[in-house]
Design a protein. Sequence first.
Lengths: 99, 183
Amino acid sequence: MLIPCPHCGTRPVEEFTFLGDAAPTRPTTNDPSSMEAWYEYVYLRNNPRGTIDEYAHHSGGCRAWLVVQRNTETHEVYGAVTARAFASRKEAVAKGEQA
Amino acid sequence: MTERTFNRVSPLQDVAVQGRFGADRGAVGVSFTVRHPMSIITVIARAGQGAATAEALKGYDAQWAGPDQWFVLAEGRGEGALYRELKSKLSGLASVSDQSHGRVIIRIAGTKARAVLAKGTPVDLHADVFPAGKSALTQMAHVGVHLTRVDADTYDLSVFRGFSESFWEWITEQAEEFGYQVI
Ligand SMILES: [Zn+2]
């Protein structure tokens, strides 16, 4: 499996350490009323058949945190962006939904 | 108080024995040199200061070492001199750390250098995409390597000091089929 690191170019999966699903969003408050959201963030994961965004650390390369989009069924890798770019995109989407 | 001085000893001093090894006919395929002693400084730009740091590093031997990160190298500088210079020059722009004793730079040169490296790294070393002056972070034989192309047939391999002996054994073994020389 080859992963297109935005910093290093195409590299084999062996150079990366995967953390897991990038979909859950960390709650921004510790308020007791947010405990349900924390429970979901910490423990609950979907197990999608198809496209998934996952955190990956380029531990054997530039040491940057990335989000790799791949297909769990076909193993096709669609692309990789920096975790920072992914986070701001997610934030923009959340803001758009609120508005 | 007396000033303390010490001689820096390369961790490969007793391992990188000079001579010719491996295939013993014709010209050697590659030669190895341990670049020692070197000043090796890590520079990591603060958030949003990548371009300003890159600008301030103009004129230095600064090699890309990750997003907004560099290794700045120098030969023949006094102990800690380059570190102190960059620390004050980049104040407010970047974090600076002296890795001179923490890393070892092995230089591999020769017509078979690319063939030797290709046994260990997935990085495409074709000159079109990996020209002289370009650096990559990769792994060879499970060891993290900072790889820099110096010129068409010369590369520098920077590894953590603690891995340098094992890395040396691996890379010289890869060069045996071509014949190699340790200078
Ligand atoms: Zn990378």
